[in-house]
Ligand binder design. Sequence first.
Ligand code: PXL
Length: 287
Amino acid sequence: MTTRTSPVPAEGQDERAAAPAMTLTIAGSEATGGAGAQADLKTFQELGTFGIVALTCIVSFDPANNWNHRFVPVDAAVIGDQIEAILADYTPEQLDTIKLGMMGSPETIDTVAASLKDRPVRNLVLDPVLICKGQEPGHALDTDNALKTQLLPQATFVTPNHFETEQLSGMSVGSVDELRAAAAEIHRISGAAVLAKGGIRLAGPDAVDVFVDESGSEVLSAPKVGEHAVSGAGCSLAAAVAAELAKGASPIEAARRAKDFVTAGIGQRVSGGTPFDALWQGGLRAR
Ligand code: PXL
């Protein structure tokens, strides 16, 4: 029997491979592991980036109350401290890609916008989370306004779902053509690349998303996996876009790869006691 030994680096020689691309998510915790920062971090790891988290809030579903969201914001000063620590640790060249997930309140949006104000960021991917599955849309309006005025103008890439697309564009969306028009409007307002998600909300056999940037638009389509929303799909999509951009993909390449990642993850979803399943980020491994 032969024994393999790892080559011992000579003294002073660094045996590390090239540093991984880095991705930061500023997002909320969702305790069951389906959505939020947990989904983002798993996506980053799966796609080979060095994942970092600053937490904005803690969401715990309530099993005794129809799995409604119990939402606790992280103190604004503590959000600021986390971002300060992270941005001081890594230079803008090392950490050039940031994903923004659930903010949950206008105060948190103020804090995050202020913390990022003087930081050059090559890719700022905004998942404009207004409400989570099961929440009432009415709660979202002040957050919607703060997102529009403070974060959307900074974003380089935005991933609204059907509801968020209607809110941000001010247009109603019932077809792929309307989704494209609304995505184009959000691109016009923000200057960002837009990946607007029709998901299961548009009728038909396929889950259709539309990508729009200054070079044009592309419809991304995959057969629907069931007719039920899967938790973590939006978070994982935006996190996958961020990871691919951080690794050097163009916006449209990042969108295509993120769509494949999410479609595979929905195919390998996990079921528990909640009325919605959770995407598993290891879906592509099962192919
Ligand atoms: O899927 C949106 C979302 C994002 N972030 C957190 C959430 C949810 C939905 O549950 O809890 C923290």
